[in-house]
Design a protein around this ligand. Structure first.
Ligand code: AMP
Ligand code: FES
Ligand code: ZN
Length: 324
């Protein structure tokens, strides 16, 4: 089959949802256009932004960093080493190699050094790894961005991720989560930096194809702690529908984002992605948060959620030590 765009080269990527098939060069053009359109539609980024790209070592976030750099944005990468044996070292290596090949050094936060490596923390306080991981990651996304003078944090969430999350939120009528699900979450004066998801129009298969064709080396294994059954079920369900009716996934998610959708609030609440979030810096928006008495981050509680978590882990660790 010939490429639908140049009509000369052999097509390498088949995209039924766009009724198209492209050769590698034309696919790159298509892909960059999709990202540009995703950014333009909700003004996710401005040319003067300093973008903190959060990179896990997986395909989506490395591809995101690659396209943003190529598009001329000022970017730095942030890698959070979760302290998961084997997996963390392997993903960190991929991030470091990717960055080095582009003359960059990623910012690295080591949770072991911060006193809260995820597997040990989960064991200590008998909580699911993923919920701890979410709180800790959000905390450092904000902290590193605020302290490093970044105007925006970008993550590699793609259309499959966002579609699955939307389906889950709808099936359970999680109204407050629905109100906050958006590729653009504005900054709040409390040091909560703007959060954007520039790949929201791009499918997982498309980022995989882009990464492969560009020779980006990424970790293919999933985090061993995050084999979160529910989000995989929603992804599978949407993939089944997409196979039978190509284009359904983007219609589903784009329709949800449409301002005329009564499910959407007129403005996106700036407070949080999923739950309580901790901000850094001066000023306040909405209510009047105070400073965490432990780390200084702004929070509506006396101690922020991250510091409370860390304290619980520390207490349990001490208790276990005393027993042995
Ligand atoms: P996940 O929640 O694992 O699907 O990841 C969603 C996005 O969060 C990724 O595309 C990255 O942008 C970011 N992310 C996930 N894990 C890390 C990490 N260890 N360090 C930095 N960013 C991460
Ligand atoms: Fe969070 Fe694995 S525990 S990504
Ligand atoms: Zn704190």
């Amino acid at each position: 089959m010939k490429c639908k765009r140049c009509r000369r080269a052999e097509a390498a990527v088949d995209l039924p949802s766009h009724h198209a098939a492209f050769c590698p060069d034309c696919f790159f053009v298509f892909f960059r256009r999709q990202v540009r359109e995703g950014i333009r539609r909700y003004r996710l980024l401005a040319p003067g932004d300093r973008v903190l790209v959060c990179v896990s070592g997986g395909k989506d976030s490395l591809v995101l960093w690659d396209v943003l750099m190529e598009a001329g944005y000022k970017t730095e990468g942030l890698y959070i080493d979760l302290g998961i044996e084997g997996y963390s070292a392997r993903s960190r290596e991929k991030v470091a190699a990717f960055a080095a090949a582009r003359g960059k050094t990623p910012i690295v936060v080591e949770l072991a050094k911060e006193g809260i490596p995820i597997p040990e923390a989960a064991r200590c306080i008998r909580m699911q790894e993923c919920s701890i991981c979410g709180t800790v990651k959000r905390y450092f996304f904000n902290k590193v961005a605020a302290e490093g003078g970044f105007s925006v944090v970008a993550t590699g969430h793609n259309l499959d991720d966002e579609g699955a999350r939307l389906l889950g939120n709808l099936l359970h009528w999680q109204r407050d989560h629905l109100a906050r699900q958006h590729p653009f979450l504005p900054e709040a004066g409390t040091g909560l930096v703007r959060k954007v998801k520039p790949l929201w129009r791009i499918t997982e298969m498309e980022t995989a194809a882009y990464g492969f064709l560009k020779g980006i080396d990424y970790v293919t294994e999933e985090c061993p702690m995050s084999l979160d059954a529910t989000s995989l079920v929603y992804k599978e369900a949407l993939s089944l529908i997409e196979d039978k009716m190509p284009g359904t996934r983007i219609v589903f998610y784009q329709g949800f984002l449409d301002a005329s959708n009564p499910l959407r609030q007129a403005t996106v609440e700036p407070m949080a992605d999923d739950g309580e979030e901790t901000g850094f810096g001066k000023g306040s928006a909405g209510g009047v948060p105070g400073a965490c008495s432990s780390c200084g981050a702004s929070t509506f509680a006396q101690v922020c959620s991250f510091c409370r978590l860390k304290e619980r882990v520390r207490e349990q660790r001490e208790r276990r030590r005393e027993k042995t």
